[in-house]
Ligand binder design. Structure first.
Ligand SMILES: Nc1ncnc2c1ncn2[C@@H]1O[C@H](COP(=O)(O)OP(=O)(O)OP(=O)(O)O)[C@@H](O)[C@H]1O
Ligand SMILES: [Mg+2]
Length: 327
């Protein structure tokens, strides 16, 4: 469905020297390698999370895959098309939603924009009505689709935007930060919707988000990108297994710790009665629990994985140490 081979994108920005003649006749450029020899494949009905810090190259990747930008080099095929050719048949099969950008007309209600989309994409009237009804129900938008877009809250606007981009039933959906700036409730609505939509319409979705909960809830596979290079591509669970070596044991004690209580030095311990928090390597968890059960009495115990944000931070730090930034 998507095949990317050795994709490189170098942005060239003119440098202003302050000398107009020189700027005109011998303009100099600053080069910024946003993507550096990136290759991956995405199959039908996959939902892939593209994650990475600011400036990693996520939006650039999506823009190239959707034909908005030309690659500097590389071979890219999406649904058998070369995206930068911008063939109408190709554009009809994809959708690009940017959380930060408003794609609807501010003064008009969403329904007017939907009509416009219907005309542009030549969508059959009956099919269109059914899709609008279905999506409005799924996203709980019926109350406000007739209001001018400018009067909607950010969360409502994002929902009506999403509907607009899905009216032509795209085969591939690019979602760039669809939950940015939303409160936790609105964020959950969008995430649940994406999950439901993908299951119902079997589309291929590529999603970026800085909120790891979004990615965790939606994507089994993630591509981690840093400084324009892919540093991990695979199952999220594998990434956690590979990079997360610790778990946290949280205990609510019944009594204060006994004098003889002693843990190995490599187990980090925070004690503030009645709470005891221990960080232990995964392979030591069973032994530590056995010791705790023998030596102390407690009301409650929970074992948590390392937060995914921490795991990702570790990957970025280790990749920073092993790969220097391309020039
Ligand atoms: N039009 C442009 N001209 C010059 N440089 C650009 C342009 N667009 C992006 N860049 C640079 O390319 C790099 C990748 O940018 P990109 O927007 O793809 O990052 P991102 O991973 O989407 O980041 P964020 O998480 O902040 O959205 C950055 O260094 C950015 O400054
Ligand atoms: Mg971006």
């Amino acid at each position: 469905m998507i095949k990317v081979q050795n994709l490189t994108k170098i942005y060239r920005t003119p440098i202003k020297t302050g000398n107009p003649l020189r700027d005109f006749f011998a303009r100099q450029y600053k080069q910024n390698t946003a993507l550096d020899n990136v290759s991956f494949k995405i199959g039908e009905n996959e939902l892939v999370g593209l994650i990475g810090p600011n400036g990693a190259g996520k939006t650039t990747t999506m823009k190239i895959l959707s034909g908005i930008l030309y690659p500097t080099s590389g071979n890219i095929k999406v649904l058998g098309y070369t995206p930068s050719d911008k063939k109408p048949d190709f554009l009809k099969k994809i959708a690009f939603v940017m959380g930060q950008k408003n794609q609807l007309i501010w003064e008009l209600p969403a329904t007017d924009a939907y009509e416009l989309t219907r005309t542009i994409y030549e969508i059959d009237k009956r099919e269109f009505k059914k899709t609008v009804d279905d999506l409005c129900n799924l996203l709980d938008c019926t109350d406000f689709i007739n209001q001018p877009v400018k009067t909607l809250s950010l969360g409502q606007r994002m929902r009506v935007e999403l509907i607009n981009s899905l009216l032509h039933r795209p085969k591939i959906l690019f979602l760039d930060e669809p939950t940015i700036g939303l409160d936790i409730f609105a964020q959950t609505t969008i995430i649940n919707f994406i999950k439901e939509y993908q299951e119902r319409y079997r589309s291929t979705i590529i999603l970026t988000s800085h909120y790891m909960q979004d990615v965790q809830r939606l994507a089994k596979r993630i591509i981690v990108i840093n400084h324009g290079r892919i540093i991990f591509d695979g199952q999220l669970t594998k990434l956690i297994n590979k990079y997360s070596q610790e778990k946290t044991i949280n205990i609510i004690l019944s009594n204060r710790l006994p004098e003889k209580f002693h843990l190995p030095d490599d187990i980090k311990c925070e004690y503030d009665f009645p709470t005891l928090k221990l960080n232990a390597r995964k392979e030591n968890i069973a032994g530590t629990l056995a010791y705790l059960l023998k030596e102390i009495e407690f009301h409650d115990v929970t074992i948590e994985d390392e937060p995914i944000e921490e795991v990702i931070k570790k990957i970025f730090t280790s990749s920073q140490n092993t790969a220097s930034r391309p020039k």
